[in-house]
Design a protein around this ligand. Sequence first.
Ligand code: CTP
Length: 407
Amino acid sequence: MIQPKNLKAQIEKCLSPETKNIINDCAKIAQEKDFRIYLVGGIVRDLLLERKIYDIDVTVQGDAIEFCKILQAELDCKIIQIQNDLRTAKVKFSNSIEIDFASTRKEEYPEKGHLPIVTETGCSLSSDVYRRDFTVNAISSSLNQNNFGEIEDFTGGLEDLKKKKLRILYEKSFIDDPSRIIRGLKFSVRLGFELEEKTKQQQDEYLKNPNRNLSWFRIKSELQQAFSLNVSEVLDKCVEQKIYKIFSDATNKNIKAKDVFNIINKYKSEITYIWLVYFGVLLTDKETIELFNFEKNEKRLLVDALEMIHENFYTKDLFEIYKFFENKCIESILIFYLVTKNENAILFLNELRKHKVLTTGDELINMGFLPGLQFKQIFDSVLQERLKGNIQNKQEELNFIKTLKNS
Ligand code: CTP
């Protein structure tokens, strides 16, 4: 990669005509109203690498909310979110294009691992970039008309982009915000980059003595993004580099990341939470789950997986196998299988779960049975016969049930 001084060509090449029009309109207004605005962060990195753009972040040197109010008055757009403490605003333009506008700001972390506090807004661009995670995410490009596209690189980000290195901006960066370690994991896999030597040392240092009094929300969000890439390398690196130590002292080291990837892809159409299968195979205790503010479904599937692993029930009885896995979601079953290698899980998924009792409760009532325990016994008996292959269809079920009535 040559080191460009200007991002104009990449903006022209990689952004849609609609996005370019919006950016040009913002640039025009910034010029008229005397604001200085910049693209900063992931968008600059990805434009330089000519990669897919995920989201558009604009930094306003001054007050972003004031700037967005002017945009709203002059353009076809609407402010859809304001965060007063950070002086940020999200604006929705025509074609549903959304842009995040942030005021330049300085931050401090009085409580390590928790959200930072803003100590100054409207500061210079050079002070703003030093609060960021990696040098490659701290490159900016002017959107002002007089120097449109001009790159400002205060931290050596262009050089690191060329060398494919992720370098933190200050020594205590991971202590302030350990979610940056998982961001590093995400970027290293997504971009094919490596941690620069001192950054790796700082990461190793942090992981020797991780802080568990954290803002887990950001850790969860970054883990979700990293594992949602659905590539085995994320899990490999997470174990190799001991990144799991952020949330747990121990992990299952015998898991092969490639096996996780393969099994996920085999059952992909049924899986809702791909990232939780990767996360789940790392888990060894319930306490780890409690750290995160999981939604009910997410928590349930992880707790089920751990309980099943703990029990690791092995039998040759098809009915017992069926009952063990019945009502468990696919994610829990896959986590269980990957950790225990208990083939009954695959037998259940590929064969046993196809068997369903077709007779309904109403039909049993019509046949003179009483609702309650007796129903359960009948359904279980029918299921057992189905699993043995003695019953193939509904009529055979009804015939079998009649024999129960008579017995
Ligand atoms: N940032 C940071 N520390 C974090 C999160 C974000 O310094 N824990 C900074 C980085 O400069 C980043 C920018 O805020 O580039 C925007 O954050 P985000 O949208 O999460 O990062 P992107 O780099 O755009 O990542 P992605 O490509 O995954 O959207």
